[in-house]
Design a protein around this ligand. Structure first.
Ligand SMILES: [Cu+2]
Length: 444
């Protein structure tokens, strides 16, 4: 059963270019309304009575004509099908009202996230200028594109849970910026990888002891699969899966003014991911897998960084630089290369529940120091510690949804799809074809 909500009315949906994407994604913005309508209905109360309290608190939000429009609906029930035509007729002014509310600053938003850090959400003693001058998270573009981590801090006492699914698809080899066919790689090595898929499921928790400090814990579970071909023409696949390296990060806010924020990122990851994954290969049963099929670094790694956020009424933007510094040497006598990630993005906030983003994401990472003595670098390029480094620039497009109403109010859903526009690899090494990140977030 559909409730005649302004968000779900045919006028709104058809006039919006987002409907196609919404359908493609299988995400129905009306779901929350549907859920609500399935629940037992409370005793009917005059709508304007319900709103009258809010009108007292904020005279600027509802005009007299709005109240008259609401009063027209007073005697009708949205739960009685015979009244729907009457409600539809009165719908247009209500839609205009909804649009106006949509353009109001976040005071009217129902997200549980804080609108700014200086006081309580929707507190009436806060002046308009104060709330307009601070960066806010409680809007559809209030978080960075879902592929960015550690992008925002929380208000003291808030907790956020998140889940991300990430897929990285690699196919074909490259040396420098030159593509190589399997035959070309097989001139140097008896075996070459041809494709690799990495799936990562990541659970995250953020807690904020203070307005300045937010702590974030991220636990990945990884599935890897690599396909190969030998000089003899034999094809085979190896697989590994398990926990990756769990990362704890502190985010410390050092600037919060003029709708801009800066925070420092200080993370450490723990060697929870295995470097002893094995699978069957033509060389024998239960062989140690090469470096890219292992699940962690097996070292403690530091992740220092800095994040900048800015926003205007309809736009937001940001940037982050994040390093990965490996400490020591792992139990298998090697250390993965250090990594530097620099990313920048811009997002358009179309309304309170939908925003789109474009992101540039640059990564550069080094070769491996030392070597796992169980691997033979002459057999396959993935076993060579000096063929692991590279630099890549990706362009990502993202869609971000923030549910504003109903039982799922405050839930965020987001997707980001990225394609490399430049990659230079110490090869032969598999090249990245595309990356997909899908995520859910909810703050309490
Ligand atoms: Cu968060």
């Amino acid at each position: 059963m559909k409730v005649n909500s302004p968000w779900c009315s045919p006028q709104t949906l058809l006039s919006s270019s987002t409907v196609v994407l919404t359908i493609l994604l299988g995400i129905n913005p009306c779901v929350a309304e549907d859920l609500r309508s399935e629940q037992p209905q409370p005793k009917l109360v005059g709508v304007s009575e319900l709103f009258s309290l809010q009108v007292d608190a904020d005279q600027t939000v509802f005009s007299k004509s709005d109240l008259q429009n609401i009063d027209q609906l007073d005697a009708k029930s949205i739960h009685r099908p015979q009244d729907w035509d009457v409600i539809s007729a009165a719908d247009t002014p209500l839609l205009q009202m909804a649009d106006r509310l949509d353009n109001e600053p976040a005071e009217m938003e129902q997200s549980s996230e804080s609108d700014n850090d200086s006081g309580q959400t929707e507190s009436s003693d806060k002046t308009e200028s104060t709330s307009n001058n601070l960066w806010r998270s409680g809007r559809s573009d209030g978080h960075a594109p879902i592929g960015v981590m550690g992008d925002h801090t929380h208000k003291a006492g808030e907790v956020m849970f998140s889940y991300r699914f990430m897929r990285m698809d690699m196919a074909g080899n490259r040396d420098g910026t030159t593509d190589l066919t399997p035959a070309q790689v097989l001139q140097q090595f008896p075996v070459t990888p041809t494709e690799m898929t990495t799936d990562m499921h990541m659970l995250g928790v953020m807690v904020a002891p203070t307005d300045e400090l937010t702590l974030s814990l991220m636990a990945p579970y990884v599935f890897k699969s690599m396909e190969h071909i030998t000089r003899m023409g034999t094809r085979f696949t190896t697989q590994s899966n398990g926990f990756g390296d769990i990362r704890l990060m502190g985010l410390y806010k050092i600037l919060d003014q003029d709708r801009q924020r800066i925070h420092l990122n200080a993370g450490i990851s723990f060697p929870t991911g295995s470097t002893n994954q094995r699978d069957d290969t033509p060389a024998g049963l239960n062989q140690v897998l090469p470096y890219p099929m292992q699940l962690g670094s097996d070292t403690f790694d530091l992740h220092p960084g800095i994040t900048y956020l800015g926003q205007s009424e309809g736009w937001s933007w940001g940037g982050q630089a994040l390093g990965t510094i490996r400490l020591g040497t792992n139990g298998n006598s090697y250390r993965l290369g250090n990594r530097l990630n620099i990313t920048g993005w811009g997002a358009r906030r179309w309304n309170n529940w939908f925003s789109t983003s474009v992101r540039l994401n640059g990564n550069t990472w080094g070769n491996i120091s030392g070597a796992d003595p169980r691997l033979n670098p002459v057999i396959i390029p993935t076993a060579d510690p000096n063929r692991r480094g590279g630099t890549r620039l990706d362009v990502g497009l993202g869609l971000n949804f923030l549910v504003n109403k109903g039982a799922l109010a405050g839930h965020r859903l987001a997707i980001e799809f990225a394609l490399p526009v430049y990659q230079s690899l110490d090869g032969p090494q598999l090249e990245t074809d595309w990356l997909l990140t899908v995520g859910w977030q909810k703050a309490f």
